[in-house]
Design a protein around this ligand. Structure first.
Ligand SMILES: *[C@@H]1O[C@H](CO)[C@@H](O)[C@H](O)[C@H]1NC(C)=O
Length: 298
């Protein structure tokens, strides 16, 4: 009996590693705009520079094969990054259209400065002055949008200073960047996050915030301090999270019990870790009960 189990285990491991290799090959590279503020003269300069950049992605930190890849000549070598992404967040299909597609996913990378959050539901995260040494590094944020509104994604990455080898530390994503529901329906706005389990920030607590925006008006829909298991009072009794799913799998999806016209607008799902923040924005449209939803509802 045990012999059979051993054989099954070997088989399973072989299949799993074949699968990992295949999925590694499916996301070798990601084009991205590197955008940063130009050092300003005086306080008014809002000038930004935009440079082509390239991210080679590996999911296995021990795989060094991508260091031998040759970036195209039109990309400055200082803008080539070798990214370790254990959760394969950058490898999802909507970010990698078939060869020759006219439309391309959007991607932007920016320098990121870690800082303690001042919102009430996230201040507990930095009470103890968590891991200041860990913060001494080069930090980046990446925002990407897949094709057909199928994925919005944001990640915070950390690279040892000057190394060009960032690791994804926190990522937040949604599979419903743009979504419709009918009046009266139960609304689910997808949002999930992932924290690198090997990071000192893993297990140091998190907070989740949902904000609503419409034509310049904004309000807080839901705010949850995951460290103290405390929900802020937002005056939105209809909005809820699945707290078990949140703590167990990082499922931060927002539930609105009954769709109303006033719910239409943009929702921002933000996830806080000590000194870090990543967020994605989703568009929700509520349509009449008798509307034809044949326009791309998933
Ligand atoms: C997240 O939770 C919601 C609400 O419970 C559920 O409908 C959804 O399927 C979950 N998403 C994932 C990826 O598990």
């Amino acid at each position: 009996m045990t012999q059979y189990w051993t054989i099954y285990k070997i088989l399973a491991i072989t299949l799993a590693s074949a699968f990992i290799r295949a999925s590694h090959n499916s996301c070798p590279v990601m084009e991205c705009w590197f955008v940063q503020e130009k050092p300003g003269r005086g306080g008014f300069s809002a000038a930004v520079s935009q440079e082509k950049s390239l991210m080679y992605i590996r999911t296995d930190p021990d795989d060094s094969s991508f260091m031998q890849l040759h970036p195209p000549a039109d990309i400055d070598l200082s803008r080539v990054y070798y990214v370790t992404d254990p959760a394969a967040s950058f490898c999802r299909a909507p970010l990698h259209p078939p060869e020759g597609s006219v439309t391309k996913p959007q991607c932007e990378i920016n320098p990121f400065v870690p800082h303690p959050s001042t919102v009430r539901w996230a201040t507990s995260l930095t009470e103890s002055g968590q891991s200041p040494i860990h913060l001494q590094a080069d930090w980046f944020s990446v925002a990407a949008q897949g094709l057909d509104g199928k994925l919005v994604f944001s990640a915070i990455m950390r690279a040892p200073s000057g190394s060009k080898e960032p690791h994804v530390i926190l990522s937040v994503s949604s599979r419903t960047a743009s979504v419709h529901f009918r009046l009266g329906e139960r609304v689910m706005l997808d949002c999930g996050f992932w924290v690198d389990p090997s990071s000192p920030l893993s297990g140091a607590g998190f907070s989740v915030e949902w904000r609503y925006q419409f034509r310049g008006e904004g309000r807080l829909v839901l705010a949850y301090d995951g460290k103290n298991d405390r929900l802020a009072d937002t005056g939105e009794p209809d909005a809820a999270l699945d707290f078990n799913a949140l703590h167990e799998t990082g499922n931060a999806s927002l539930i609105l019990e009954e769709a109303q016209v006033r719910h239409s607008g943009t929702y921002i799902c933000s996830v806080y870790l000590p000194n870090l923040l990543a967020q994605v924005a989703l568009d929700l449209e509520i349509v009449g009960e008798d509307s034809d939803l044949g326009f791309g509802q998933e």
